[in-house]
Ligand binder design. Structure first.
Ligand SMILES: [Zn+2]
Length: 217
């Protein structure tokens, strides 16, 4: 009885892992095998009228090739030109900045409320092109409202996400079926901010946008 139960548990665990992995395989498999949960998203995304207009600040111009690469990858994966570059910072919903003032543990940080992606120069300057691209792709994933999956509550899934997904921090430069479906799903589960709400955040001295303008970020 005990032995049977033991074997049963092993078989079941193996089955779950196989199902789990299959969700990340080729295009033919379905991401339905792993359920998206509310632990994967926040409440807001950065879209406005379906797009995210982004501005590249002078100190991030050195990362322009990676930013172009990453935004095009996401636009293709979403089947929609969500990311559009603008030369007007006031019309942007997202600003890229390159900084030396970020916590040394982070290669990049995305702050959704005031719409800033800060890239850590000390990491970016040491990374090769593939890793620089991967950092930008990951940070852009947050603009849809998706959380870091390397913090996911379930341990088994967490380690799977770490190895297999962009939001788990796998440093991939190709956006797989799971990543794309999660992004689309998150956009549906989160809301976009009104101009009033967004500008309220942009004028908040404690948030990244003002810190960036004041040279504190
Ligand atoms: Zn992240």
């Amino acid at each position: 009885m005990l032995k049977f139960k033991h074997i049963f548990v092993i078989v079941l665990t193996t089955l779950i892992l196989v199902i789990g992995f299959s969700a990340f395989g080729g295009q033919s498999t379905s991401a339905q095998t792993i359920k998206f949960t509310s632990a994967m998203h926040t409440s807001k995304n950065l879209t406005y009228n379906g797009t995210i207009k982004y501005y590249v600040k002078a100190d991030a111009k050195k990362y322009a090739p990676e930013i172009t690469y990453a935004t095009q990858k996401w636009n293709k994966a979403l089947g929609k030109k969500v990311f559009q570059r603008t030369n007007s910072i006031s019309r942007s919903r997202l600003v890229f900045t390159g900084t030396n003032k970020l916590n040394r543990n982070y290669a990049g940080v995305a702050e959704i409320n005031s719409g800033v992606i800060a890239l850590n120069n000390s990491w970016m300057s040491r990374y090769n092109q593939q890793k620089r691209r991967a950092v930008v792709i990951h940070e852009l994933g947050h603009t849809f409202g998706t959380k870091d999956l390397y913090n996911y509550p379930n341990g088994t899934l967490r380690s799977l996400f770490k190895r297999q997904t962009i939001m788990g921090g796998n440093y991939a430069t190709s956006i797989k079926s799971f990543d794309a479906k999660l992004a689309k799903w998150t956009l549906q589960k989160t809301r976009s901010m009104s101009q009033t709400e967004f500008h309220h955040y942009r004028s908040n001295q404690g948030l990244y946008y003002q810190q960036m303008l004041n040279g504190q970020l």
